[in-house]
Design a binder for this molecule. Structure first.
Ligand code: NAG
Ligand code: NAG
Ligand code: NAG
Ligand code: NAG
Ligand code: NAG
Length: 408
C-alpha cells in the first residue's frame, strides 16, 4: 500500500513537471522576436538597441528562434551580436537596413559583426545598405598606406554551421563580407552590389575557415569578387556570376609571417563579366617565410570581356610597396584549369608567372578557349617557373609566349 502511494506520488510529480515543461515549450514555440516589438521604428531613428534586445532574448532560448526585421527602411548603427546562444537563430531580413552614411560614425571596422554562434541562418529578401558613397570618396588607401579604413558591411567570426541566403549586401564602405575562423558556412543565392568604381569593396573575403561554400550568387563590386585569405580550406564556389570587379582571387598571400595553407579550392560553373581578372592566384615577393597553396580546381568557367582570365601572379606588388629583391616563398601546387572559355579584353589571356624561389608544381591545363576581343592581336600565354601537364585543347597555346611581368 505504502509502495503504491509512493509510486502515485512520484507519478504525480512527474506529470506536473512534464506539464510545466511542455507548457514552457509551447510558450516559447512561436519563437518570433520581431524588432518592431522591441521599439524599432522605420525612418532615421537608430534601431540598434531594439536589435540587440531581440538578439539577447532569442539567444537565450533553447528552441529555434527567429529575429524578424519586417519590410520597411530602418537606420542601424554599428552593432555586435555575440554568442554563444542556446539554440539555432534565424535572422529574417525583409526590410532594408541602412548604415550611417558618415564614414566616421563607426568605432570598429565593421557595421554588423556576428561572433561565436552555431546554427545561424540569415535569410529574407531584404537589403543591407552600407551607404558607402561618402567613404569611397574619402578613400585614399591606394596612395596612403596609413589611410583610415572605413567599415565593412558584415563580419562573421567564429561561427559554425551558418547559412546566408537570398539577402543583398549593397554599397559597403569597404569589404562587403569578412568570414574569419568559421566552419561550414554557406552563401546561397546571395547578392552583392557596389559600383565598379568603388574602392576596396571586395565581395566575400575569408580566412582561417573550413568548408565555406558560395553558391548561386551574384557579386558586382569595385574589387575582388571572392578573395581567399590564408588558412582557407575546402572552399567551394559554384554557379557564381562575378562582375564588374577584380574576379576571384586566392591571395594575396606571402606578405605576412606564418600564413596557414590554402588547401582545397573548387571554382566551377562560374561566369565572369567585364572583370579585370578571372581566376587569379596572387602572392607577394619578399615573403617572410614559406607557405602553401595546394589542391585548387578551376573548371567550367565562362569569361566575358575579362582582362586577365587566367592568372598566377607571384610578383604581386600593389602600389609597388615591395622591392622584389627576394622571390615569393608561397609554393603553389596541384592546380588545374579545365573548360575555361570566352573572351579576353587584353592579349594576356593565360599568364602563369610562378616564383623563382618556389616554382609551381603539378599544374594541369585542360580545355582552354579564350579569344582576345581587345586590341593588340591574338591572345597570348606567357609563363615562367612552371612546367604544366596538358590534357586538353588550348587556344591560345598555353605557355607559348615570352614572359613579361603582368601589370594587373
Ligand atoms: C565551433 O566548432 C568548434 C569545433 O568543433 C568548437 O570548438 C567551437 O566551440 C564551436 N563554436 C561555437 C560558437 O559553437
Ligand atoms: C533569390 O533571392 C531573390 C532576392 O532576394 C529572391 O527574390 C528569389 O526568390 C531567390 N531565389 C530562389 C531560387 O530562392
Ligand atoms: C552545415 O551547416 C548546415 C546549416 O546549419 C547544417 O544543416 C549541416 O548539417 C552542417 N553540416 C555538417 C556536416 O555539420
Ligand atoms: C556544371 O555545369 C556542367 C555543364 O554545364 C553540368 O553538367 C554540371 O552538373 C554543373 N555542376 C554543378 C555543380 O553546377
Ligand atoms: C562590359 O563593358 C562594356 C564596355 O566596356 C559594356 O558595353 C558592356 O555592356 C559591359 N558588359 C557587361 C555585362 O556589363
Amino acid at each position: 500500500m505504502e509502495m503504491v502511494m509512493r509510486l502515485t506520488f512520484i507519478a504525480a510529480i512527474w506529470i506536473s513537471f512534464s506539464f510545466i515543461f511542455t507548457h514552457q515549450l509551447t510558450q516559447a514555440q512561436p519563437g518570433i522576436f520581431d524588432i518592431t516589438k522591441f521599439g524599432a521604428k522605420q525612418g532615421d531613428e537608430d534601431i540598434s538597441q531594439a536589435l540587440l534586445t531581440a538578439w539577447k532574448e532569442a539567444c537565450a532560448v533553447t528552441t529555434p528562434s527567429t529575429i524578424m526585421i519586417p519590410a520597411g527602411t530602418y537606420l542601424l548603427n554599428e552593432v555586435l551580436l555575440t554568442g554563444p546562444c542556446q539554440g539555432p537563430i534565424n535572422i529574417q531580413v525583409h526590410g532594408t537596413l541602412k548604415a550611417p552614411a558618415d564614414p566616421l560614425a563607426f568605432k570598429s571596422a565593421t557595421w554588423i559583426t556576428i561572433n561565436k554562434v552555431s546554427h545561424l541562418t540569415i535569410s529574407g529578401t531584404g537589403t543591407l545598405d552600407g551607404q558607402g558613397a561618402d567613404a569611397w570618396a574619402a578613400n585614399d588607401c591606394i596612395k596612403n598606406s596609413k589611410c583610415r579604413r572605413s567599415a565593412m558591411n558584415l563580419a562573421f567570426n567564429f561561427l559554425n554551421d551558418t547559412v546566408v541566403q537570398d539577402i543583398t549586401s549593397l554599397d559597403s564602405k569597404l569589404f562587403h563580407v569578412n568570414v574569419i575562423s568559421c566552419n561550414n558556412f554557406t552563401f546561397q543565392n546571395f547578392t552583392i552590389i557596389a559600383p565598379e568604381s568603388s574602392p576596396n569593396t571586395d565581395g566575400i573575403h575569408m580566412g582561417r575557415s573550413n568548408r565555406v561554400s558560395i553558391l548561386d550568387s551574384t557579386i558586382m563590386t569595385g574589387d575582388d569578387c571572392v578573395s581567399v585569405g590564408d588558412g582557407t580550406t575546402q572552399l567551394t564556389v559554384e554557379r557564381v556570376t562575378c562582375g564588374p570587379g577584380h574576379g576571384i582571387s586566392i591571395g594575396s598571400l606571402g606578405g605576412s609571417p606564418n600564413e596557414a595553407p590554402v588547401e582545397g579550392v573548387v571554382v566551377r560553373n562560374c561566369t565572369f563579366k567585364n572583370t579585370t581578372n578571372g581566376v587569379r592566384i596572387k602572392t607577394k615577393p619578399e615573403s617572410p617565410n614559406p607557405s602553401v597553396v595546394t589542391d585548387v580546381k578551376f573548371e567550367n568557367i565562362v569569361m566575358n570581356n575579362v582582362a586577365n582570365p587566367i592568372l598566377i601572379d607571384q610578383l604581386y606588388c600593389p602600389g609597388k610597396q615591395c622591392t622584389e629583391k627576394a622571390p615569393s616563398l608561397v609554393k603553389i601546387s596541384k592546380v588545374s584549369y579545365d573548360n575555361i572559355r570566352g573572351t579576353s579584353s587584353t592579349r594576356e589571356a593565360v599568364t602563369i608567372a610562378c616564383s623563382g624561389g618556389a616554382p609551381c608544381e603539378d599544374v594541369t591545363i585542360g580545355d582552354i578557349d579564350l579569344t582576345n576581343v581587345g586590341t593588340g592581336g591574338p591572345a597570348t600565354s606567357p609563363c615562367v617557373n612552371v612546367k604544366p601537364t596538358f590534357t586538353g585543347k588550348q587556344n591560345p597555346p598555353v605557355c607559348s609566349s615570352d614572359f613579361s611581368a603582368p601589370t594587373a
